[in-house]
Design a protein around this ligand. Structure first.
Ligand SMILES: C[S@@+](CC[C@H](N)C(=O)[O-])C[C@H]1O[C@@H](n2cnc3c(N)ncnc32)[C@H](O)[C@@H]1O
Length: 344
């Protein structure tokens, strides 16, 4: 997937076809423009203020407590970027906003946009980080609880979609007790508990992630079966007697030594015959074609954690070394993500 430069009208299309349009300049200007305007429209409440109606910028500005001219300018940018529509000085939300960005949208991704807004701040030091490699890892930094709420909300929205495929396609037997390492929101655990009668889950995560995750589980009415346990998975005792351990989207934030150690800890926490399932972004390897999302993932994981998505062969090697057998791979359809399951 990628963002591309498309021409409006014949002349612009001709300019693009003949290679006269300076595309790097356009990516540089509009890339940040799209991204910052959408995050600002979400943070400031412009989309919510418009809701299903049609309003003038001054009315919106009064409702959200912003400067009238600033609000008008931001709304104009959002029209240009295709998020809002404008007629006779009155503005309304476009289709994509109604589908994804409102509180009651059918597939709400408002938290995901808010979280990406925080991520913009985390990549401000890109050049220094690339020069020095001295990364302060995202999970070791202090953030306001609002960051964790948006972070967990964003991943929960994604997990609600991918969770259906996980439950359907990843074979985990008939577990009674499971441990969701770095499970945060607990949505994957809740989906598995719903699928397997009598299954209960412990979600091991950092304190502010547990606070956000508990709220999500309470709101969903699943907190009785999905229990949050505060701890640093690098140092905490994971306990024993589990039939299933999930390590989902955790290893791309972990160093090689930490990853190997987490896999060994999973083996020790599992009953004989229990299953470990690791899921992460599919690593395309050094020779594979990198599209924009795969390339950005490589840079983004480095900037936030000094780490990377690990190649599948490496994960297999670490699992085998730790004593896991019968490794099974699932390639998900809804995202460029895989799961590797092994038996203890
Ligand atoms: C990318 S999120 C993945 C969340 C969830 N497993 C999923 O797939 O949507 C990484 C999770 O690991 C947790 N985490 C990171 N470092 C941790 C640590 N040292 N101890 C416990 N949890 C940690 C984060 O708080 C976060 O919930």
């Amino acid at each position: 997937m990628r963002l591309d430069v498309a021409g409006d009208g014949l002349l612009e299309k001709l300019g693009l076809m003949t290679g006269m349009v300076p595309t790097p300049l356009i990516h540089t200007t509009f890339g940040v423009g799209y991204s910052r305007s959408i995050v600002a429209g979400t943070r400031l409440g412009i989309f919510e203020a418009l809701g299903d109606g049609e309003r003038e910028p001054a009315e919106v500005a009064a409702e959200i407590g912003c400067h009238p001219e600033g609000t008008r300018a931001l709304m104009a940018a959002l029209v240009g970027f295709g998020l809002l529509e404008r007629r006779g000085g009155r503005y309304r939300n476009g289709k994509a906003v109604k589908k994804w960005l409102l509180e009651g949208s059918p597939q709400p991704l408002k938290d995901a946009v808010l979280f990406l807004g925080y991520c913009h701040d985390l990549v401000q030091n890109l050049e220094d980080d690339v020069r020095t490699g001295a990364i302060v890892r995202i999970h070791d930094k202090q953030h306001p609880q609002a960051f964790w709420d948006a972070y967990m909300g964003a991943l929960a929205a994604f997990a609600r979609l991918l969770g259906k495929e996980v439950v359907k396609r990843v074979k985990v037997g008939s577990p009674r007790r499971m441990l969701d390492v770095g499970g945060g929101h607990g949505i994957y655990s809740a989906a598995l508990c719903e699928r397997h009668e009598g299954l209960t889950a412990d979600v091991l995560d950092l304190e502010p992630a547990c606070v956000a995750g508990r709220r999500i589980q309470e709101a969903d009415g699943t907190a009785d079966r999905v229990r949050h346990v505060v701890g640093d998975f690098r140092t905490a005792d994971w306990g024993t007697g589990y039939d299933l351990v999930l390590v989902f989207n955790v290893l791309h934030n972990a160093t090689e030594d930490e990853s190997r150690s987490l896999i060994r800890k999973a083996k020790a926490a599992l009953n004989p015959g229990g299953r470990l399932v690791i899921s992460d972004a599919k690593h395309l390897g050094e020779e594979g074609k990198l599209d924009a999302s795969a390339g950005w993932n490589e840079l983004f994981f480095f900037l936030i954690s000094g780490a990377q998505a690990w190649p599948e062969a490496t994960l297999r090697e670490w699992m085998t070394e730790a004593g896991f057998a019968d490794l099974k791979r699932t390639q998900f359809l809804m995202a460029p993500q895989i799961a590797l399951a092994g038996t203890a």
